[in-house]
Design a protein around this ligand. Structure first.
Ligand code: SF4
Length: 160
């Protein structure tokens, strides 16, 4: 069962985290960080608030704030984790952000496919770009008509 999603705001870090403070996951994996608001539900985006604390901090992963950024060197991180775990993908972004290239998203899905020991969790407000696969599925919904809750595949969609 996918978790309730108010916890979206509790995301703690944009880096790979073998442990997570989020109670409904065990690890976070952020091959992308940063995002842009896409619906009213983004108004209190925790990830943005967190990232913007570090604007201008030299060398910090959020030196650029919440601007979208790809981190290709993080792509293979889940493959290094041998023990099965729940992994929240892009806890500090939206995997289906319109400026993330298709081939980059494909690489992320390839890693998820290759790391069969894990279960991957994805939340998105951009369901129109979503591609079903072997993942727990959820959307982050709010009052916007195109982000209303519903069901995708076999898993209930969830709010955040
Ligand atoms: S889609 Fe998610 S990560 Fe992106 S701005 Fe909205 S709440 Fe934040």
């Amino acid at each position: 069962m996918f978790p309730k999603v108010s916890e979206h705001r509790r995301r703690k870090t944009g880096q790979m985290a073998d442990k997570s403070a989020i109670e409904w996951t065990e690890a976070t994996w952020n091959p992308v960080t940063g995002c842009d608001k896409v619906s009213p539900g983004c108004a209190h985006c925790y990830a943005e608030t967190f990232a913007e604390r570090f604007i201008g901090v030299p060398g910090h992963p959020y030196e650029q704030g919440f601007a979208l950024k790809l981190w290709p060197h993080r792509l293979e991180h889940p493959l290094r984790w041998k023990r099965p775990r729940m992994i929240f993908v892009n806890s500090m972004s939206d995997l289906f952000h319109e400026r993330i290239p298709d081939d980059y998203i494909a690489q992320i899905f390839e890693v998820m496919g290759a790391a069969g020991q894990h279960t991957f969790q994805i939340l998105t407000k951009r369901l129109q770009r979503y591609e079903p696969d072997r993942i727990q599925r959820g959307t982050s919904w709010d009052d916007a008509p195109d982000t209303q809750p519903g069901r995708v595949g076999r898993e209930p969609m969830v709010s955040r």
